[in-house]
Design a protein around this ligand. Structure first.
Ligand code: NAD
Length: 247
């Protein structure tokens, strides 16, 4: 057995990914920030179906908490084979004139620094250089990294641009050490992330502009993540899967 860590696994895309990884036979480390009840529900769903999972609390933007989270994963006694950097935040819609430095830093702290910290700790455990057994990382980016989210979330889009660049560079850095690093770029996916701050009707407006005329489900993103982590993708690194309904 091997461990897969999914950050932000108590709801949305992270939750769907945790459930599918458990079916694939991973012991799932369910990272959560505040909502222990939601994390416990995910674990109960996994164990009821015969899988294995445990909860790990951490604010991924806080280095001390990330280090403690990886220490507690080490204590489980199974190798860490997979990391899904998924936990992310989207603030309310805003034009550039109203973006505060506090907000920009908050978005970058979770969406960029948090991904870096988790990648760093995962690499230390997976890399052949450090006598690890190898592994795979998937970074959840966004179609916004390509599209820019003008007038709405340019801070969020820029943070996801950094995730893309991290993915590309890290894939090259660790390819010789048994670690594959890939990304997914979801478009409009029906999760609670849209509950905060979008103007009324925004989701419908975005949906109707999509070639496929619909948003995606978290499970559709999870399937791509699980594939990228699997042996079926053994020759894939530094790649991105677009999950954006054709946009
Ligand atoms: P969500 O809001 O439902 O889930 C995000 C999870 O991350 C939550 O459980 C939240 O508690 C957790 N989280 C946030 N900050 C954290 C922190 N500092 N430390 C630990 N956990 C933290 O959103 P989602 O739609 O499932 O988003 C998952 C990922 O997918 C995010 O990175 C998001 O940017 C990306 N994404 C989502 C969409 C979409 O339309 N839903 C589109 C593109 C990309």
């Amino acid at each position: 057995m091997a461990i897969a860590l999914v950050t932000g696994a108590s709801r949305g895309i992270g939750r769907a990914t945790a459930l599918q990884l458990a079916v694939e036979g991973y012991t799932v480390a369910v990272n959560y920030h505040h909502n222990i009840k939601a994390a416990t529900d995910v674990i109960a769903q996994i164990t009821d179906a015969g899988g294995k999972a445990f909860a790990v609390r951490a604010d991924i933007s806080d280095e001390t908490q990330v280090l403690a989270m990886f220490d507690s994963i080490d204590r489980e006694g199974e190798p860490l084979a997979a990391l899904v950097n998924n936990a992310g935040i989207l603030c309310e819609q805003s034009t550039i004139e109203n973006l505060s430095a506090e907000r920009i830093n908050r978005v970058l702290a979770t969406n960029v620094t948090g991904y870096f910290l988790c990648c760093r700790e995962a690499v230390k455990r997976m890399s052949f250089k450090h006598h690890g057994k190898g592994g795979a990382i998937v970074n959840v980016s966004s179609a916004a990294s390509r599209l820019g989210a003008p007038g709405e979330y340019v801070d969020y889009a820029a943070s996801k641009g950094a995730v893309d660049s991290l993915t590309t560079g890290l894939a090259l850095e660790v390819a010789a050490y048994g670690i594959r690093v890939n990304g997914v770029r979801p478009g409009l996916i029906y999760t609670d992330i849209h509950a905060s701050g979008g103007e009324p009707g925004r989701v419908d407006r975005v949906k109707s502009a999509l070639p496929m005329q619909r948003g995606g489900q978290p499970e559709e993103v999870a399937q791509a993540i699980v594939w990228l982590l699997s042996e079926k993708a053994s020759y894939v690194t530094g790649s991105f899967i677009e999950l954006a309904g054709g946009k």
